[in-house]
Structures are given as C-alpha cells and as structure tokens.
Design a protein around this ligand. Structure first.
Ligand code: MIG
Length: 798
C-alpha cells in the first residue's frame, strides 16, 4: 500500500493511494481521527471525496487545525497538532504517533482490506495492525473477561446473550472497541469507531502486534494522547460523552429477583428489608409483571394496581424499576404491535417483510432503534409507566436476543444449522441480512442497545423533565454511558465470578462506563451465606449495587442465611449509605471528567508493574484502596500498596499505623472485614447510615482525612435528583512548617443543610493549639474536630 497524493485543508488532510485513503482530522485537543479506507470503492462519493460516515458513539466532532510538513526526501509526511504528531509513511501506508515531546506512543504497521461479495450481504475484511512492544500493557476493551491487562487475549465484538457464561466466555453483551496502552508509565488510547462485528487479537497470535479486523469497509480510528491513564479516559469520554449524574436513589441498595411472583411478593420483600432494618432504595420487577410477556402491559392478576403499589413502596422510601425488553409480541389488537406496524418502526427481513422471531413473547417483532422516528415512538411508550410512578427502566435482551426465527409456517432455532445457512446468524440474535432502514443487521447489531437506550433516555427527559432518568442496560456499545448504567448480565454464584467482576468493571470504567455493577451474590446458581456477605462487601463499592437472582435458584435477600450473615450484610449496607457523599461526588466527577468511580491501581501508578497485576483490588475514587476477599474461607488478604503512604482503614475506620507504599502486605480479613487503606493527602466524606436516601444535601457529614504535605478533596451536593441548585466543596491544605492547615471553599448556591461538620484527621501528633474549630479532641492518633458547617479554615499547631 502506498499514498501518491495528498489533499490538504486546514482541518483535514487526506492521503490517497490508487484504491485506498487515510483521512486525518483532530476533533479535540490531544485526539486524532484516522479514517482508514482500504478499498475506496465502498466509501467514495466521487474522486477524492469520501462519503460522510455516521457514528453512534461520537458526540463531539470539532474541527481543529492541522499542519503538514514533509520529511526524508518527501517519503514521510508529518501531520501535527499542538499535542500530537503523526508520521505517515507514503511508500508503505503506515504511520507512527508521537506526543509533543517526540516520544513514540503508537505505530501502525499497515492496514488492508478486501470485500467478499456474498448473497445477500457483502462483507468485508478490513484489518489494521498496531505494534505492541513486549513491555506494553493493553487495558480497557469494555466489558471483557480476563485480567486487567488483556495482552494475550482474543476478543470478538458482537453483543451476545450468553447463559450461563464462564470466566472465559467471549463475547458478552457489550462491544466497546477502546483500548488504553500503557508503557513506561505513559498512556495512550485507541478507539475503533465501527459498529460492525469486530475482532481484536491482543498480542495473542503475534506477541508484538495488536490486530483489529472489521466486517465493515473501513477502520475509523481515534488516537488519544495521555500522558496519564486519566488523561486518556478524559479525552475518550470528551469524544463519546459522559455519564450524566444519576439520581441519588439509584446509588442506594437495590433488590431484584426473576421470580418475584406478584405485587404481594414485592410488598413482602420491602417488608423484609424494613423488618430486618436493612437499607433499601429500589426493587425491580422482572418479566413476570407483563401480561404474556407483552412489553408495556401489566398482568392485572398479579399487579391489579401498579400505581398503588408504587405509592406504597414510595411510602417506605423504595422506588420501583420495571424490566423492558425490546421484543414486541406480534398480536393484532395489542396496541404496541399495532402502532409499530402502522408507524413502520420494525426491523424487516431480507425479503422486505417484517421480521418475526421468538423471544419471551412469541411470535415477536423488533423495533428498529437505528431510526429516529422509531426511537421517538418508543420513548413515548414510557408515559403510562412514568404516570404510574415507575421510577426507572431496565433494558434487557437488547443485544437483541432472539431465540427462534419464524419463516412462514416454519420455526427454527436461531442457532441451528438451518438458521446459520439461511440467514447467516451469530448467536441467538437476528440474521445478518435483517434490514434496519437502509442498513443490514451485520452493520448495526452492536448499536441496537444504544439506540434503545437513547430512545428511553430522551423519552424520559420529555416525560419527566424535572427528574434525572435512571436506566439500566445489559447490552451496549461505545458511548452507552451517555444514557444508562450497565450491569454485567447473567453471572453465577461462583467465587470466580465475584473476583472476575472487579477486572471487568475496571475495564468498563476505563472504557468510559462508570455507572456499573454485577449481580450481587450471583444470578445463576445458589449462593451461600459466606458468599453473600463477601459479595455484599465488594458490592458496597460497585456504583450500581443490586442483589439479583434467577428463577429456581435459592433466594438470596440478606436475611435468607441467618446469622452471622444477616448482621454482617446489614453493616455493609449501612457502610454503603455512609459512603454515599463520596460515591455521589465520584459520580458527579464522572459526569464532568469521565473518570470512573472504580479505578485500577495503575491509574495513579502508571509505571508500576506490580500495581498492574492487582486486578482483584481497586481504588474507590482516588483515595480509598479496597482489597475485598473474593475467595472462600479466606481470613487474610494479600495486597500490594502502590507508591505513597497508606493509612490502614479497614471497614472505614482507623486500623493501624500508616504504611509506606511499594510493598506487599498481608491484612487481617475475617468474615466481617474488608481491608482498606486511605491515601496520604486523601479524604473521604461519610454520612450517617439510613434506611433509604432522601437528599444529597447531607445533614450529617464527617470528613476522614489522612494528613500529608498536600491534602485535596471534593464533595458535590444537591437535592439528589433534578437539575436544581448544587454546591461543590473543596478542601485544600497540608503541612505549613509545624502547622497543619485545612481550607474549605465552595461554589454554587445550594444552602447548607447542617450546622456542624466533623473532621477526623489522622497521622498527626498531639496538637498544642487548634484554631477554627468549636471543639477538638485527640485520641489514639486521631484528631477529632467539631467545626461550623460553613467553616473556612482550620489550623493545627503541633
Ligand atoms: O432470558 O428477565 O440478564 O437479569 O432476570 C432471560 C429474566 C431474561 C436475562 C437477564 C436477567 C433477567 C432475565 N433475563
């Protein structure tokens, strides 16, 4: 491959070969877009003119200036922005990316492609190969199994409903072709903005190359500068959007089960929580609430008065969330089906008639969420449920899952040989040749769920503009964070699945998806009291904390296993509610900067290979290091502390003397204990436990601060829902000679809801004098300060 012509515009430079093209733009600072076109025939509008390309992922498509110069006898062209420069080899069609300091970040060894004409859908094989030096780690890739560093794995990006899945099952439900490369402590990012079925070979076949392959005609890639992992995530989420701040209640405890039979059982679950003094904010209604699996209907025998039930639950501080599946029962006279047909909102088969399959409803048809009119119609369908007081929506089976196809009188399993031969399908979904408007399923399969999520989100913004939507999805693609939280689907009550959830959620977080969780205590299979308690402890830090289980499995609400499990589970649910000021602030930070709440240790120790291996532990925000026990029977926990000083803070309380980082430790972790450490200079804001959330304008607040040279912390507060006034509080300070000083500043107009605050400052010697506090006490290495809520400065002389 070679380039023999270049077209130069101020914000776009295109390299042309005889049948190929490479278009370079810079949409945002530190971001380059490289549209690789290996076979121009399918992407050209005319000579020297690429057809515009639609993206489902990208929201921010700026136009930043580019400059071009030639080097090495004209054989290399350098496209430069302020932050990045790209050297394009004109003879080979390869490229090399450098940062502003001239350091090599990435290298493409070439791209190529061929078209494979086939009936009825032509597919392509477009490939790009990236150099992967042996010391480079590859993180991200969205919802994938395996360790944090995905080197040595091979992935398929094709949203798939798999039950049950195993610790090595691929693909799962989400397709996010984004990776973060990390070498010598410097990070860079790569995102392939393609909705087509993709594969990535992460240095498995060839240990020096990461290879991507698409079934589509192009490789539309974005490159992101670091230098820190957080910079890459920030830039990636500036491009693909950030998770909006969720309503506070959705960060509370959630209970679900596929198998709650009727309204009375929902009542008794709420009653069980309250009777056992367990915090709870939300209960889910699974598919059995529908009449004959007809979406947007109620089975009135089971739920005679949904609005009444929602009201009763609300009186207990509990919200209801209903499952919503995309498959619509094909039954004339059923309003949703009739409207779908009349409005032409459905996916069609190759022959042009409405595609009929079977999911839970049978026969079933599928809305085509790639089209705006279908999305607007679907969004409006939330109305009756919103009016009944349903607080949120849970989108399931949205890969989309389809178990069987109906073809005239013949019905066949979608994963049978017959189906494979006829429609060419992969997994229990729609055939490749199904039509979505002018597109085929093979191209838009992976974005089915983001279209459905967008429909729901936009619908809810219209129907209830004063409230923040809460949506939960199983399937998704790059950018899904703009609309919905993500749970990781049908895991099982295996210790290995509990452990795996950590690396999986960390990978999702690096890939822009912050509001995530896995089903606590496992969906399939039977959990035990010990597993429930350990999973509850881990789940305390999942941004989405949901206990969910499958029909036919053992009930796993926290009281089902007796003591000591009930009491320990309660303690951890209470800790979750204590942590809400911190979690809420982290979710706010996600909405502003894109950083996830759960962060891998390498986020702040990017050059530390020991930290890279710790994928059964994580940081909650920047400051709290958490090492949950994820193995049966263990009462001690190995941990590697990265660089810095760390205050043992197991169970959110002082549990030892500060330790220097860069060492391995063994921490005590009996059944009720999770080892944790608080970073020097870091702080945690905690409130009092409660039975349910009310407002995020906290009436009680305690700061836990690990004193150091520099202290920095943030707290975001508002009413907990809606779009009203807020307050952002910043703490800053640290040592000044023999004094320890803390200053507080705020932004925003939300009035304070408390008169005093408590500051717990650790790692100080007994003070001689304290200024700025109403009261102070020094006990066992802890300086306890009682301050006016509107305090601005505290000074401690030692
Ligand atoms: O085919 O709605 O992942 O959470 O409970 C199974 C019933 C359909 C799969 C979801 C699971 C949910 C279940 N659903």
């Amino acid at each position: 491959m070679r380039f023999d012509d270049i077209s130069i515009e101020s914000t776009r430079i295109t390299f042309w070969g005889p049948r190929t093209a490479l278009e370079v733009r810079s949409p945002l600072p530190g971001v380059l877009r490289l549209r690789h076109v290996p076979s121009l025939g399918h992407s050209a509008l005319g000579p020297r003119e690429l057809a515009p390309k639609q993206s489902w992922a990208v929201v921010e498509q700026g136009q930043r200036p580019l400059s071009l110069r030639r080097e090495m006898d004209g054989q290399v062209a350098v496209v430069a922005t302020e932050e990045l420069s790209l050297e394009v080899g004109l003879a080979q069609g390869n490229w090399l990316l450098r940062d502003a300091s001239g350091r090599e970040l990435a290298r493409c060894e070439g791209f190529s492609g061929e078209a494979m004409p086939d009936y009825p859908v032509t597919r392509f094989r477009s490939r790009i190969s990236l150099h992967a030096p042996p010391d480079e780690a590859w993180l991200g890739f969205g919802e994938k199994v395996g360790a944090l560093d995905k080197r040595g794995m091979h992935f398929v990006f094709w949203n798939t409903d798999v039950v049950p899945h195993h610790p090595d099952t691929d693909p799962l439900y989400q397709s996010i072709p984004f990776s973060l490369g990390l070498r010598d402590g410097v990070a860079w990012g790569f995102f392939l903005d393609e909705s087509w079925r993709l594969e990535a070979d992460v240095a498995a076949e060839d240990p020096t190359a990461v290879r991507w392959e698409s079934t589509g005609p192009e490789l539309d890639a974005y490159l992101f500068a670091g230098p820190l992992p957080a910079d890459v995530v920030r830039r990636y989420t500036a491009l693909t959007g950030r998770q909006p701040l969720p309503p506070l209640w959705s960060l509370g405890a959630q209970q679900s089960r596929w198998g709650y039979e009727n309204a009375n059982e929902i009542r008794s679950v709420i009653q069980g929580y309250r009777a056992h003094k367990l915090p709870l904010d939300c209960v889910y209604l699974d598919i059995d609430y529908m009449e004959g699996y007809k979406v947007w209907t109620w089975d009135r025998a089971r739920y005679p008065d949904p609005a009444g039930l929602a009201k009763e639950a609300a009186a207990q501080g509990v919200r209801l969330v209903t499952i919503i599946d995309p498959g619509v029962k094909a039954e004339p006279g059923y309003r949703v089906y009739d409207e779908a047909l009349a409005g032409d909102h459905l996916v069609r088969n190759d022959r042009g008639s409405v595609l009929v399959g079977e999911v839970w409803p049978k026969p079933a048809v599928f809305p085509d969420f790639t089209r705006e009119a279908a999305r607007a119609w679907w969004g409006g369908l939330h109305k009756g449920f919103v009016e009944a007081g349903i607080a949120g929506f849970w989108n399931d089976m949205n890969e989309p899952a389809c178990f069987r196809l109906v073809n005239g009188d013949e019905t066949f399993s979608i994963i049978s040989a017959a189906a494979r031969d006829k429609g060419k399908v992969e997994g229990p979904t729609l055939p490749h040749d199904a039509r979505h408007g002018d597109k085929r399923h093979l191209e838009v399969h992976n974005v089915y769920a983001i279209g459905m999520a967008q429909a729901a989100y936009e619908g809810l913004r219209k129907l209830a503009p004063e409230r923040r939507p809460f949506l939960l999805t199983r399937a998704g693609s790059a950018g899904i964070q703009r609309y919905t939280a993500v749970w990781t689907g049908d895991n099982s009550s295996y210790w290995s699945h509990m452990e795996l959830s950590i690396a999986m959620l960390l990978g999702l977080g690096l890939s822009g998806v912050s509001f995530t969780g896995s089903d606590v205590a496992g969906f399939m299979g039977n959990t035990t009291g010990e597993m429930l308690v350990r999973w509850q402890q881990l789940g305390t830090f999942y941004p989405l904390l949901r206990n969910h289980s499958a029909k036919g499995t053992r009930f796993q609400e926290p009281w089902r296993f007796g003591e000591p499990y009930l009491s320990i589970a309660r303690e951890w649910l209470e800790r979750r509610y204590q942590l809400l000021p911190t979690l809420y602030s982290l979710m706010h930070e996600s909405s502003q900067e894109g950083l996830p709440a759960l962060r891998p240790l390498v986020m702040y120790a990017p050059g530390d290979t020991e930290a890279l291996r710790m994928d059964d532990a994580f940081l909650f925000g920047r400051d709290l290091l958490v090492a949950p026990v994820v193995r049966q029977g263990r009462t001690r926990r190995h941990m590697y502390l990265p660089e810095g000083r760390w205050l043992p803070f197991s169970n959110l309380g002082l549990s030892g003397e500060p330790l220097e980082g860069r060492q391995h430790v063994l921490a005590e972790a009996p059944l009720g204990t999770v080892p944790m450490w608080l970073r020097a200079g870091g702080a945690l804001a905690l409130t009092e436990p409660a039975q349910h959330t009310t407002t995020a304008n906290w009436a009680h607040l305690t700061w836990h601060i690990h004193a150091a040279e520099h202290v920095e912390a943030r707290l975001y507060e508002d009413e907990g829902d809606g779009y009203g006034a807020s307050r952002l509080t910043r703490l800053a300070g640290g040592w000044k000679g023999d004094r320890f000083v803390l200053e507080r500043s705020t932004e925003g107009t939300l009035p304070l809801a408390r008169e005093t605050e408590t500051l717990c400052v650790y790692a100080l010697t007994p003070p001689r004098e304290v200024h700025g506090a109403r009261e102070h006490r020094f006990v066992d290495g802890l300086l306890l300060l009682e301050v006016e809520a509107g305090w601005s400065r505290v000074e401690v002389r030692l």
